[in-house]
Ligand binder design. Sequence first.
Ligand SMILES: [Zn+2]
Length: 454
Amino acid sequence: MRKNSKSSLGVKLILALVIAGAVYVYSSAMFEREAPSISIDSNGYWNLKKPLKIDIDDASGVKSYSVVLKSKDDDNTLHYEQFITPKDSLIIEVEPPRSAYAMKDKNIKIIVQATDASKWNFLNGNTSTKEIELKIDKKRPELSIIGHSYKIKKGGAALVIFKVDDEHLKEFYIETNYGKKFKAQPFYKKGYYISLLAWPVTVDSFKATVIAKDYAGNSSKTYIPLYIKQKKYRVSNIKLSDRFLKGKIAQLAEEFAETQGVEDSIEQFKIINEDVRAKNEKLIHEITSKVSDEMISDFKINKMYPLKNGQVVATFGDHRKYSYEGKPISESYHLGLDMASNAQAQIKPQNGGDVVYSDYNGIYGNMPIIHHGLGLYTLYGHCSSVNVNNGDFVNAKENIANTGKSGYAMGDHLHFGVLIQGIEVRPAEWMDNDWMRLNINDVINNAKSIIDRS
Ligand SMILES: [Zn+2]
């Protein structure tokens, strides 16, 4: 009986050791069963200019890997290494193979195989394979300018028409010296694009370049050779009066969330002229930034003149510097043209379009905005009433609103704004037949005849 129980104890002990050993092997890092993870940094294209990056990761370390390139004709091993001291992870940069340059086949297969340093699999380790197909594209996008306005004036606008072509075109846009990217709209025939450009009144110089990129990372750029013309804008030094501060400013301060609990008139003015203005203009810029992707065959705009017998009471681009009792308080730019006629005069734009905003907007008061196409917008501030709704299409010469003094306005007038892709430009250009013919209509017509001939 005793001897029997002793031997069964020994068996149990051996069994426990075997189980413990198995558990050790099973849970030990040395015997991990997770195959290496392989990731290839690629979007499916390769221009054979930059090395192809491959990332291999494993808990027990990478023992060896291979990278094989295959085309229809060849079976070409690009890279092979064996590591004596395993590495947890490694990044391989595979240089473009010389043979790929002369390759007729435009597709290439990359096969990556990696084995880890685990003792699992009878000491062979775990192996994983990743295979991807890449399109070889060494060609830069074709880019050429078909037509452009002769010049651009500070605070003003210009037009450009260009051609872009690439089998794997990813994106193209117009880059400027001041950070803004203009988006071009398809124009007239496949592969041609058109965009209005704007030089903000607050920026000292202007430069624009068309950029095109394909998915393989090839890119082209072409500078738009516009003649750059400076223009001086007025600087107005305005003394704040108590009458103004206690009147209009006190009234606006009651209305805006930003001035709640602020008692000091100067502080109220500063907040309205800076914070509220910035918020209201941010909204305007957002609304007027959009450009359609639809192809347009033409772009026709009539000379703008929204207010019959309207007298100009303040010009575009005024740099207004406010002071109180000799001390500078705040500054702002006047980004529209102020026109006045009778009180509550009818506003009838000369161009139709889509109403994209018809609400109240802080210092701008009641403010409809119309999109005339090609990212060109007109804005009507301080209205007493608005007769259109967001989403409406309005015809030319329709009475869209009436002038007033809503928002930050002293007398009844219209604040007329013209914007291109979110940037205010000089309304005077769009109110000038000669400017519009030379810079817009002629450029479009010439470009069309060039496109027709090609
Ligand atoms: Zn104004």
